[in-house]
Design a protein around this ligand. Structure first.
Ligand SMILES: Nc1nc2c(c(=O)[nH]1)N=C([C@H](O)[C@H](O)COP(=O)(O)OP(=O)(O)OP(=O)(O)O)CN2
Ligand SMILES: [Zn+2]
Length: 132
């Protein structure tokens, strides 16, 4: 199995409602997004997927989040469990990426999406592999 990863980043504001601390106030991050794709086979150029293609797809997804207040966007509206945390962002991006990747090539899978809120803090979303 081959595995490759790319990173991109975007800037956006958020707050965590009901959080006890400064994160309950609106503040910004440069969010860094890492996406990992898995697959068993290389193409005729010796690539699993062209980094450029993966970057383009990921950038199109994060473009909708760039320079937004994430709390105002539909997937994160209402707070609570839907709050725009690194965890929820990772799941949202994973779910947007998954159909794009499988449409591109049937044997490709999204391994994980990692969202870095700062250089020291990140969250991952991945689907648990079924036991074989
Ligand atoms: N599990 C999570 N915990 C927290 C999240 C999150 O998304 N998932 N988010 C926050 C806040 O958004 C906050 O902005 C981040 O706080 P923190 O990591 O403490 O960042 P700082 O740079 O302000 O921290 P230092 O104390 O300067 O290291 C909180 N928790
Ligand atoms: Zn924050």
């Amino acid at each position: 199995m081959y595995e490759l990863s790319i990173r991109t980043r975007f800037a956006a504001a958020h707050c965590i409602e009901d959080y006890k601390g400064p994160c309950s106030r609106v503040h910004g991050h440069t969010w860094q997004i890492e996406a990992t794709v898995l697959g068993p086979q290389l193409n005729r150029l010796g690539m699993l997927i062209d980094f450029q293609d993966l970057k383009r797809i990921l950038k199109n997804i994060v473009h909708k989040l760039d320079h937004q207040n994430l709390n105002e966007l539909e997937p994160f509206k209402g707070g609570g469990e839907k709050s725009p945390t690194a965890e929820n962002l990772a799941r949202y991006i994973f779910e947007q990426l998954k159909p794009e990747i499988t449409a591109m090539q049937g044997d490709l899978r999204v391994g994980l999406v990692r969202v870095w809120e700062s250089p020291d803090a990140s969250a991952v979303y991945k689907e648990v592999q079924p036991l074989s």
